[in-house]
Design a binder for this molecule. Structure first.
Ligand SMILES: C[S@@+](CC[C@H](N)C(=O)[O-])C[C@H]1O[C@@H](n2cnc3c(N)ncnc32)[C@H](O)[C@@H]1O
Length: 259
């Protein structure tokens, strides 16, 4: 498959991104998709380590997300799903389809994606493998809101923004949402308006990729160098913290963690 001729922006996702298929491809932990499985597991391990390294006194009091994988949200936030403030946490997604897919899982409806292998893996990292089912139920109840968001907008969640968050996790979204480096920088600034002063952004960004495929459809990626991401972060007012900068090299898709 080739790089899309025109950058696949927000509206293209609305029409062509199928979250159920995406999840099957990248989150089923199937041995037939070893690359995706290894990448997902590595991301979870790194996020687990990052959050584990924050002492309870430093732990964010609330976490906001603009990712769409419900279970991975909870999974990657690990111990912070127990923080009382998280009970008010909204999940923020881009397309209507993404929101519906997540709602299905939250309401435990038939046809929802089966997150069991991912959730089990995460709770194994946390030391709670046996209790994964109970924890998954708890997690479902903790999500109070599912909101739409578009990081390219000055107000990504529209006029009804929730209160500023202590932490936002953004996984593999910005490079697909932003056609140019300038848009990428302004998207980071837009996200920063959703954070409290001193809040954290935890992000995984694909480097040096020009596109990815899902469900036999190519989606554009802004081709980014690590230094460009670092400079954009600083320009948007973020500082790198001591815990989080890691550069996994898996599946030819190096990623950058930052907060
Ligand atoms: C490669 S998928 C990543 C999905 C997921 N976060 C993960 O880690 O696997 C890219 C996601 O970016 C979302 N997206 C695309 N444009 C966006 C925008 N302007 N604002 C917010 N999200 C956007 C898409 O809807 C899609 O869910």
């Amino acid at each position: 498959m080739e790089v899309p001729a025109i950058f696949t922006e927000a509206e293209f996702y609305q029409q062509n991104f199928d979250p159920q298929e995406y999840l099957k491809e990248f989150y089923s932990m199937s041995s037939s998709r070893e690359g995706a499985r290894a990448f997902m597991m590595q991301n979870l391990r790194i996020l687990h380590k990052m959050f584990s390294s924050v002492s309870s006194s430093e732990a964010p009091r609330g976490v906001g997300w603009h990712r769409f994988q419900a279970a991975q949200h909870g999974a990657s936030c690990g111990r912070h799903t127990h923080a009382p403030a998280l009970l008010r946490t909204p999940l923020c997604l881009h397309t209507d389809w993404n929101c519906w897919e997540l709602e299905k899982w939250l309401k435990n409806k038939a046809g929802a994606f089966n997150w069991e292998p991912v959730v089990k893996y995460f709770y194994e990292l946390e030391g709670y493998r046996e209790k994964w089912a109970k924890k998954q139920e708890k997690l479902r109840k903790k999500v109070k809101q599912v909101l739409k968001c578009d990081v390219t907008k000055a107000k990504p969640m529209g006029p009804m923004s929730p209160p500023p968050a202590d932490c936002i996790i953004s996984m593999l979204c910005l490079e697909g949402a932003c056609k140019e480096l300038a848009t990428f920088c302004s998207a980071l600034r837009n996200i920063s308006t959703l954070l409290k002063p001193g809040g954290h952004l935890v992000t995984v960004t694909a480097l040096e990729d020009t596109y990815y495929t899902s469900n036999k459809q190519a989606f554009s990626c802004l081709c980014l160098q690590k230094q460009e991401v670092e400079e954009a972060m600083v320009a948007a007012g973020f500082e790198q913290t001591k815990h989080s900068k890691q550069t996994p090299q898996v599946n030819k898709s190096p990623s950058l963690f930052y907060s």
